[in-house]
Ligand binder design. Structure first.
Ligand code: ADP
Length: 250
């Protein structure tokens, strides 16, 4: 699905990503681990079009997508989740889902004035879709809650839910487990597995919680100092001497 080839990202003279090459197989839940500062988030940002690469290439299903802006990647089904932004906190959980699909009929003034029926119908369809997503994620009871008021873990579920409002092919998840309690983390893990199995999503997941990685991810890729150090099953990577050394060194 994704092939990253000899990618470099420099900030001034400093190489945050320093010649990383990796593959994310279609249908996999690939884990990305590594000590703090390894370049994982920067790599995500370059792949997802948030930062320009200094050099190197990114391919999606064989097509060169290096440097494409996020909205073009979105249309190709490549999504990177983000924390629910501050300005969306005042909207309800359901509204946060409903605003994801683009080109809704109600978005043009013409339609708002002259095609009220069509706008209402489309809004109903999107609302139903949002409610199905909430049901899938077992958070229907939060539909009318302001997003700002839900817990960190529930926000993570909502982020995942936003990817379900469009035709995602590959989703990049950054630190799903940060500050999330164990029960919710299991719910998030279940949702990821179901999206993978039932809807064919490919995932690439940055996570520090090794239990979470072990439960979900195969393969696991370990980065350090901007490079890919090792790749394999969780056990292979955990027992790799270069990986142990990289973690001990921090
Ligand atoms: P990780 O996600 O593995 O913890 P990051 O990709 O966040 O690593 O960071 C890799 C390195 O790049 C770190 O040393 C970080 O300080 C540096 N870095 C990240 N973003 C910037 C930036 N915008 N400007 C300068 N340095 C940055």
């Amino acid at each position: 699905m994704i092939s990253v080839q000899n990618l470099h990202k420099k900030f001034g003279a400093f190489s945050a990503v320093d010649g990383a090459s990796l593959e994310i197989a279609t249908g996999s839940i690939t884990g990305l681990i590594g000590p703090n500062g390894a370049g994982k988030t920067t790599l995500f940002n370059v792949i997802a079009g948030r930062l320009p690469a200094s050099s190197g290439k990114v391919f999606m299903a064989g097509e060169d997508i290096t440097g494409l802006p996020p909205h073009e990647l979105f249309h190709k089904g490549l999504l990177r989740t983000f924390q629910i932004a501050h300005e969306f906190g005042s909207m309800t959980v359901r509204e946060n889902l409903m605003m994801v699909p683009e080109n809704q009929a109600g978005e043009t003034l013409w339609n708002t004035w002259f095609s009220r029926g069509r706008v209402a119908e489309e809004e109903r369809r999107i609302r139903d879709q949002a409610d199905e997503v909430l049901d899938f994620l077992t958070i229907s009871h939060l539909a009318d809650e302001k997003a700002a008021n839900i817990s960190g873990g529930q926000k993570k579920l909502l982020e995942l839910g936003r990817t379900m409002m469009v035709d995602a092919k590959i989703v990049f998840l950054d630190e799903v487990g940060a500050g999330v309690n164990r029960t919710l983390l299991n719910t998030i893990g279940d949702a990821i597995v179901r999206l993978n199995k039932e809807r064919g999503y490919t995932f690439c997941v940055i996570e520090h919680d090794m239990d979470f990685i072990a439960r979900l991810c195969d393969p696991v890729i370990c980065m350090a100092e901007g490079k890919v150090l090792a790749q394999g099953t969780v056990d292979e990577v955990k027992n790799d001497e270069r990986v142990i050394e990289a973690y001990l060194g921090t």
